[in-house]
Design a protein. Structure first.
Ligand code: BZD
Length: 812
């Protein structure tokens, strides 16, 4: 059965038969979970053939494949996106409705697959969708964490973390592939055996062996018959070695290896278990790539014509050394040849300029856990220094070498060991070249390039926003569903009142859906006609949720103390998790929640303002919030947000962006024009000027602006209840510690920008046109285009014409 051919009658029969087979139950008596399991099984078995074909065709046609190594993948739920991509969505929705079942109720049974923290992990999953949809030969390689990112609850306004047992009821989509298991070695020591002919053979003595077992999940391409593979590794006790691991501690240590995802998204904790996780999925992945390659009857020295390995941030940077190890120790290749291949095969993406996120491991830890890998890194470092000596100055070599001050610098390993280093938005890539990685740019100017992030527009528009999708279909036809840039056709209707009206109705329907959700989740009834102002992203000081809060408090005091009456009603919606150990971020959550409560309990303001901080922000929650947003808050301190991707999702859904000139916001402004976005605040070069001249005095802004003073004082003067410690902490961060992220400096500009937003909203004609222009110009941020650029410029892989069917279909 081809995945795009399925009619309602055939589906119903198959579905009901399978329901009986699996559960011996009628549809009337079946639980939603039984229905979900049956539907999922049917979906999976229906793409199974395509999955096998995709896999064998790549081999058969000797296609070069990319392996995307990422310590995080954040796909969210998969059922609906599989249905959409198979071309089954409408049929299945209608067939189930005939049986008295709402597809959305069924879909809600699926737990979010949350094996990631935020932007980086979600990007990896958007790429998986786009790589398959472009028919590109590409696979993901990561870790099958037993517990996903923690579940967030608020208790008395405080964040509390609970375990996320996403596997508790099994996982429909994965296939355990026992036969593809590999062994990964840790600890012990390396003995160098000298053979009679003088060659030296390293032998790993007394290792701890962990069995890596892969679980594969099909990544279904959009209506093109391509089904790629996401391979996630689980750690198990090796069967043959069972007797060696009898102690409970030893067994537990192995099982713990893939137990939890580290919940820190931009802070390097340097824990031993994390390093073990990194080597574990790197070694398992690289071993399985080489093992597979050896079945091809190709020469090892031509490996780079068949394999590209992508290092997503530095967590998989040991790919470089592991690849070298296998070529040297197992394949007996010479160093020069192995190195040459490694650099050609590897490529690396940097996702942050925050120095605390740059991974460094102590020599001691790496050496004791990975004695052979450490030796190889040491040799790479030695040769690097040797090669550069006399070519560039000594200080530059010291700053760029891999091992220094007792630390192994993972970004240095990734850059030196690969042919490409890219940033994730133009500004970010420029900053890498000119500031953060400037030294490396001097050494390897040709390796640096930009690949602005992109998003899976199928998920974020077609699936998440059916109301808007219908308006688009009616207005510009359906080709945008295949070719995101065709959204641009909407520009022909930028002045069309009838289209504006339909866009407005679609947005209103989504706002009502979100309001109902909020009522159900929090018991709070919000004004559906207010401006829905949304900030959704991890809680981090540089993202400046605090600046947003200062504005909310400003409005609050204007109403309470200055008697303002003409404020446009607003609902401020937050979604954000803080790393469990990030005290300051947790204080901000608490304070936002307390301000929310204060406002809600005050009838003088509660019809004008409200704060809704939704618990447990996730991909699925984002799918409900984003279509309902009027305003997109992208207010990080310029230079700090590498790209951002919620900015793209929100604009695609017609929200107007209020933004600093940071990350991809700059490219959004270029796409929509200055009149269709509201920009404020310091530019990146002004921020750097402040750093250089060390002349920022937060206090002077506090003193000079009475409104700001009133707001900042409210953190410590008792205005806001229950925040004694948290309020003081925030107050001190701003004044005693001189406001690291220039919140006070940007306050006035931000408040003015918010006034502009309000003015624009009050002129609905203007607003709807702005919104339309945002939708019309969001196509360029489709990850389909992003991955094609990676494919052409970095990975050198291509799709066979037949696997790009979906793109060609529209011309038929
Ligand atoms: O990566 C984010 C950046 O902050 C965003 O600006 C960018 O859009 C996305 C995608 O490129 N970085 C992360 O999400 N980083 C992490 O999640 C992370 C996770 C573990 C350790 C360090 C960082």
């Amino acid at each position: 059965m081809g995945v795009t051919t399925m009619n309602k009658t055939a589906f119903k029969k198959k579905f009901l038969d399978l329901l009986t087979e699996k559960f011996a139950i009628s549809v009337e008596d079946a639980s939603l979970f039984e229905i979900y399991t049956t539907l999922g099984t049917l979906i999976r078995s229906s793409y199974a053939k395509d999955w096998r074909h995709t896999w064998s065709n790549y081999d058969h046609e000797q296609q070069k494949q990319v392996y995307y190594f990422s310590i995080e993948f954040l796909p969210g739920r998969m059922m609906k996106s599989n249905l959409l991509n198979m071309g089954w969505l409408d049929t299945v929705q209608a067939a189930l409705a005939d049986l008295g079942i709402q597809l959305d109720d069924v879909v809600a049974q699926e737990p979010d697959m949350a094996l990631g923290n935020g932007g980086l992990g979600r990007l990896a999953s958007c790429f998986m969708d786009s790589i398959a949809s472009e028919g590109l030969p590409g696979n993901g390689n990561g870790i099958r964490y037993k517990y996903g990112l923690f579940k967030q609850k608020f208790i008395d306004g405080y964040q509390v973390e609970l375990p996320n047992e996403w596997l508790a009821r099994g996982n429909l989509w994965e296939v355990r592939r026992e036969s593809k298991s590999v062994d990964v070695y840790f600890n012990g020591y390396v003995r160098l055996n000298k053979l009679d002919d003088g060659t030296i053979v390293p032998v790993h003595e007394d290792p701890t062996i962990v069995r890596a077992v892969p679980y594969d999940t099909g990544m279904v391409g959009f209506r093109n018959g391509t089904v790629n593979t996401l391979r996630l590794w689980d750690a198990e006790i090796p069967l043959s070695e069972e007797s060696l691991y009898r102690s409970i501690e030893q067994r537990r240590a192995i099982q713990d290896l893939t137990s939890v995802l580290y919940p820190d998204d931009s802070n390097e904790e340097g824990r031993r278990l994390r390093l073990m996780q990194e080597y574990f999925f790197v070694s398992a992945g690289v071993q399985s790539i080489l093992r597979h390659f050896k079945t091809k009857q190709q020469k090892m020295q031509n490996l780079d014509e068949f394999v590209a390995i992508h290092i997503n941030d530095t967590h998989p940077a040991m790919c470089v050394a592991e690849f070298m190890r296998l070529l040297l120790d197992e394949e007996k290749m010479s160093w020069e040849r192995a190195w040459n291949l490694t650099v050609k095969v590897m490529s690396y993406t940097n996702h942050t300029i925050m120095s605390e996120a740059l991974e460094k491991w102590s020599v001691e830890m790496l050496q004791s856990m990975q004695p052979r890998i450490y030796q190889i890194i040491e040799e790479i470092d030695r040769r690097f220094v040797e090669e550069m000596t006399g070519v560039v100055d000594w200080e530059l070599i010291q700053r760029t070498r891999i091992i220094s001050d007792g630390l192994v610098h993972m970004a240095h390993l990734a850059i030196i060991g690969s042919h490409s280093t890219n940033g994730v938005a133009k500004l970010h890539s420029d900053l890498l070249k000119t500031v953060v990685l400037h030294d490396f740019y001097r050494l390897y100017p040709d390796r640096f390039n930009n690949k602005t992030n992109g998003i899976a527009e199928r998920r974020w528009l077609q699936l998440a926003n059916p109301s808007l999708s219908t308006v688009l279909d009616k207005t510009i036809g359906q080709t945008w569903r295949y070719e995101a840039n065709d959204l641009h056709l909407l520009m022909n209707y930028s002045e069309d009142k009838a289209v504006h009206k339909q866009l407005q109705q679609a947005k209103q329907a989504n706002k009502e859906r979100l309001a109902a959700f909020i009522l159900q989740e929090t018991g709070v009834r919000i004004n559906e006609h207010a401006i829905f102002d949304v900030q959704i992203k991890r809680l981090h000081a540089y993202k400046r949720q605090l600046l947003n809060l200062l504005h909310i408090l400003t409005l609050y005091f204007e109403i309470k103390e200055e008697g303002f009456t003409d404020i446009q009603p607003r609902v401020f919606i937050f979604g954000a998790k803080a790393a469990p150990s990030y005290h300051y971020a947790k204080s901000i959550i608490k304070v936002i929640n307390e301000v929310g409560k204060m406002i809600q309990e005050d009838p003088e303001v509660s019809d004008k303002l409200s704060i809704v901080f939704l618990e447990d922000y996730s991909v699925s929650l984002a799918e409900v919030i984003i279509p309902a947003a009027d305003v997109s808050e992208q207010i990080s301190l310029a230079s700090k947000e590498a790209s951002g991707t919620s900015n793209m999702k929100l604009m695609l859904n017609g929200a107007i962006t209020i933004a600093t000139l940071d990350g991809a916001n700059i490219e959004i402004r270029d796409a929509v024009g200055d009149e269709n976005i509201v920009i404020f605040g310091l530019t990146e070069s002004q921020v750097y000027d402040y750093y250089e001249q060390a002349n920022y005095h937060a206090y002077s802004y506090y003193e000079a602006l009475p409104k700001l003073k009133r707001v900042v004082d409210s953190f410590v003067d008792g205005t806001i209840a229950n925040i004694y410690q948290e309020g003081k902490e925030i107050f001190d961060s701003l004044l005693t510690y001189n406001d690291e992220f220039f919140v006070l400096r940007d306050y006035e500009a931000y408040v003015n920008a918010q006034k502009e937003i309000e003015k624009a909203y009050q002129n609905q004609e203007r607003w709807l046109k702005m919104s339309l222009i945002n939708v019309a110009n969001a196509g360029r941020f489709s990850a389909d285009y992003t991955v094609m650029k990676y494919a052409e410029d970095i990975w050198q892989i291509e799709a066979k014409p037949k696997s790009r069917k979906a793109k060609d279909e529209k011309y038929v």
